[in-house]
Design a protein. Structure first.
Length: 317
């Protein structure tokens, strides 16, 4: 079938709403909330004062005073606690949307099925990355032209999943994450929270960092790297064959030095025992040395679907 789907059971929504919701998030997240309001969504990180990402969200606007922040479920409570540390000074609230559930759609021809499911015309659907459609029952976000997320209530999710059994083919959550890896879209887990600054996971590629919007938590460190520093550890897509799945947070080594990289995401491919991963690795090691896990399981560096700005790796002094 040209449409596959899966329940996004690994993720959870936070909701920030109120008169000051926009201003509050603009002063906390790395993305520009003006872009979120204009297009519907953006990737964005919430960092500590050292510029290290506590959380990595997909931020979606329901309206000018209500924003949904999609996070991995292992970090949702921590993400909420960090937001609440600062929101007490704003006319806004931050809560976990425990009843919100997501469905991921993947395929070459999704518009007709999505239009039927959501009871809208096909020309109403968003077709550009990060654009959204807010409906009476939820919010539809275009990740790529062949990938969408729809966030709704648990009751509505169950209705849609029942309909989809006859309209599309169910895919595994592992396959969904594999597509994220192949698109080079990072995500954080409990094991990788507060380890990386946004540029290390290529967040600037997706306009998840805005360098002109003004101050936000961690902004000084992030901007200094962009304009004065050298990015030494970007994110790569890599592959290995192994008898056991590599683990998120696991270290990567080379013959000359241990701990030259660390895994962000991992998923088994269509070939049993072959895994693709996103990993932050020392650039010189990734491009010159043989990489491996424990027990010398070899790692192969693969292409990403985008090119990083070479100026990130050049001295600005």
């Amino acid at each position: 079938m040209s449409c596959t789907y899966t329940a996004l059971s690994h993720q959870q929504l936070l909701k920030v709403e109120g008169k000051d919701a926009f201003t509050f998030l603009q002063g906390q997240l790395s993305c520009d909330l003006r872009d979120v309001v204009k297009e519907g969504s953006r990737l964005g990180s919430h960092c500590n004062i050292k510029g290290h990402m506590i959380s990595l969200f997909r931020v979606m606007a329901k309206n000018d005073e209500c924003f949904l922040l999609r996070s991995h479920s292992s970090l949702a409570e921590k993400a909420l606690a960090q937001l609440k540390k600062y929101i007490i000074f704003s006319k806004a609230t931050a809560t976990l949307e425990t009843e919100a559930k997501g469905i991921g759609f993947y395929g070459s021809d999704l518009l007709d099925i999505l239009a039927k499911l959501l009871d809208v015309s096909a020309d109403q659907l968003p077709t550009s990355p990060s654009h959204t459609l807010v409906t009476e029952t939820g919010i539809l976000c275009c990740i790529q032209p062949n990938r969408y997320e729809f966030w709704t209530t648990e009751e509505q999710q169950n209705i849609l999943l029942a309909v989809l059994q006859n309209e599309a083919q169910q895919m595994s959550l592992e396959q969904w994450i594999l597509e994220e890896i192949r698109e080079g879209i990072a995500d954080l887990r409990e094991e990788t929270s507060e380890l990386f600054i946004p540029q290390m996971v290529n967040l600037q590629v997706f306009e998840g960092i805005n360098f002109r919007k003004g101050c936000y938590t961690g902004q000084e460190i992030i901007t200094r790297l962009q304009h004065r520093g050298i990015l030494k550890r970007p994110m790569y897509r890599v592959k290995c064959s192994a008898t056991e799945a590599p683990q998120i947070g696991q270290m990567i080594h080379c013959d000359e030095k241990e701990g030259v990289g660390q895994i962000l995401l991992v998923a088994e491919t269509e070939e049993s025992g072959v895994y693709e991963m996103l990993a932050v690795i020392v650039k010189d090691r990734a491009e010159k040395d043989a990489l491996w896990f424990a027990d010398h399981v070899a790692i192969q560096v693969l292409d990403l679907p985008y090119t990083l700005d070479t100026r990130l790796f050049e001295s600005k002094r």
